[in-house]
Design a protein around this ligand. Structure first.
Ligand SMILES: C[S@@+](CC[C@H](N)C(=O)[O-])C[C@H]1O[C@@H](n2cnc3c(N)ncnc32)[C@H](O)[C@@H]1O
Length: 351
């Protein structure tokens, strides 16, 4: 199972649970760090030991970010521990325990304050994306919300127990940090894929990297919001977006078996793109994929959809679809001749 836009590795983890070999590719360092942890075997004991070893080895971190955001975001001793863990993991995050530890800290870095034992290291924050420093600092100051001291090892231990206490099927596969538009991202695979299950960037969503600036800092990135779009599919224009996706679908096709099936979950911010399905299908068509089915996956709004992470602060919803496709010539697909009939078609399933 191949996912050329694997993000945090949801599909790769599903493949692992089904004992399928899997490859995930993503150009976001944060997504890749989290996805890699879904393909390791570790235990709460070795994760906690890895954390304790780093905290002993790195007594004085070389680099502690300064400024009011950092003072309000984390209690001083929590920030100190985070910097020590950051330095230790930047030097070496190769073992399964360290890979797991890194992802656990990424998950715990920011989130809401809860009753009882804290689950997050930060002051009151959103969980899915990092707030912009000026906005967040003003929010905390206006409400007099001081960051609380949190027992970092305790948070790590509880998370390690939650995610790594159970024996899972042996992982078969890898996660690559790469740009899926590049041929090199698919080099030296040694296998061809029968299933491609993926979810490319939603049209109009350009904030995958800046939204994760705080987690990206933990991985060695800058201590300020990173607005760069390096390695990301372009949203500069509709045509450029279709062309970029087309390149990825072509690369994917090159490493697939002739009877491969591609399933794409796709959506768009509605006020930005009137016809997301048309756009996605166009990109598949140029790369030789034919549609075999389109199924509505519902709309954002219940808090559980992938799209719910993207719509914050926007008045419009995101509608998601699952598009099934096969390689041209397999005899299982069809190419719609008239795009305007898409919205009706998508729910009638080839009526
Ligand atoms: C909709 S998200 C995928 C979410 C994923 N299903 C998950 O469970 O987290 C789209 C992903 O595409 C990635 N992406 C965008 N352009 C890319 C490119 N050129 N190469 C590889 N990944 C890219 C983004 O970093 C983002 O993680």
């Amino acid at each position: 199972m191949l996912d050329p836009f694997c993000g945090r590795g949801t599909t790769n983890f599903a493949a692992r649970m089904l004992a399928l070999p899997t490859l995930g590719i993503d150009s976001s360092p944060v997504g890749v760090a989290v996805a890699r942890a879904k393909l390791v075997d570790s235990s709460p004991r070795s994760i906690l030991r890895a954390a304790a070893t780093i905290l002993t080895d790195v007594a004085e971190p070389k680099d502690i970010p300064q400024g009011s955001f950092w003072e309000w975001a984390y209690a001083p001793e929590v920030l100190q521990s985070m910097c020590r863990l950051r330095e230790g993991l930047m030097a070496n995050a190769k073992s399964p325990a360290r890979t797991a530890l890194r992802a656990i800290i990424l998950g715990a870095m920011h989130g809401p304050r809860t009753k009882g034992a804290p689950s997050y290291l930060s002051n009151q924050c959103p969980r899915t994306y990092a707030p912009k420093p000026r906005y967040a600092t003003a929010f905390w100051q206006e409400r007099g919300l001081r960051p609380e001291p949190v027992d970092v090892l305790d948070v790590i231990e509880r998370r390690a127990d939650r995610y790594f206490a159970h024996r899972l099927p042996k992982p078969i596969g890898a996660i690559r940090l790469a740009d899926s538009r590049e041929r090199s991202a698919f080099a030296r695979l040694g296998r061809r894929f029968r299933w491609v299950i993926t979810s490319p960037p939603y049209y109009g969503m350009r904030t995958y990297i800046p939204d994760q600036w705080l987690r990206n800092w933990f991985l060695g990135g800058p201590s300020a919001v990173d607005y760069s779009q390096t390695g990301q599919v372009t949203h500069a224009s509709r045509a450029a977006f279709v062309s970029d996706l087309g390149v990825v679908w072509q690369r994917v096709s090159d490493v697939c078996l002739p009877d491969a099936t591609l399933v794409v979950r796709f959506g768009a911010i509605q006020d930005r793109a009137a016809a997301p399905l048309e756009l996605l299908c166009e990109s598949l068509g140029v790369a030789g994929w034919e549609i075999s089915d389109v199924v509505s996956a519902g709309s954002a709004g219940d808090g559980r959809r992938q799209a719910d992470h993207f719509v914050r602060g926007r008045s419009t919803a995101i509608t998601e679809h699952d598009i099934w496709a096969t390689r041209r010539g397999s005899g299982r697909g069809w190419l719609p001749q008239r795009w305007p009939c898409w919205p009706r078609r998508c729910c009638k399933h080839k009526a």
